[in-house]
Design a protein around this ligand. Structure first.
Ligand code: RB5
Length: 146
């Protein structure tokens, strides 16, 4: 399976978790770009979510990972960008299903919700699960239709 090109972003609530995810991506040979934020200072999450989501929607990156305190603000914002299917996952079953059935292209998590080891399992599951296509492709295609 060709490895995805990952766009990574966070606010202050997801900063620490992002440092662990970066280590995971580097260790596992994923090509990624860090869109910030780059320290623990308070920052607004919507501009970061939009930049990452646009870079996935325009095809520069195949997938995105966004981290904030809850994962929710990042998810809500990313889903405003056409072509983005962002999901908040705090368990591996949802992570797997969001790829195999929903072809999710952005994963969001909350650094204040999930522990580091579970978060890394979720990322690993999400990145390694392929979209099943078939009847799920038909359904995913319906999402963007008026
Ligand atoms: C910041 O305090 C927090 O609101 C943010 O990280 C995120 O959880 C928003 O959804």
């Amino acid at each position: 399976m060709p490895k995805s090109k990952i766009a990574l972003g966070c606010d202050h609530g997801g900063y620490e978790l992002k440092t662990y995810i970066e280590k995971y991506l580097a260790k596992n040979g994923f090509d990624y770009k860090d869109f910030g934020t780059f320290d623990r200072n308070s920052v607004d999450y919507p501009p970061i979510a939009k930049e990452v989501a646009k870079s996935v929607a325009n095809g520069n990156y195949s997938k995105g990972i966004l981290l904030c305190g809850t994962g929710l603000g990042m998810c809500i914002t990313a889903n405003k960008i056409p072509g983005i299917r962002a999901v908040t996952c705090h368990d591996t079953y949802s992570a797997r299903m969001s790829r195999s059935h929903n072809d999710a292209n952005i994963l969001t998590m909350g650094g204040r919700v999930v522990g580091i080891d579970l978060a890394l399992d979720i990322v690993d599951t999400w990145l390694r699960t392929e979209f099943e296509g078939g009847r799920h492709k038909r359904r995913v295609d319906m999402i963007e239709k008026p």
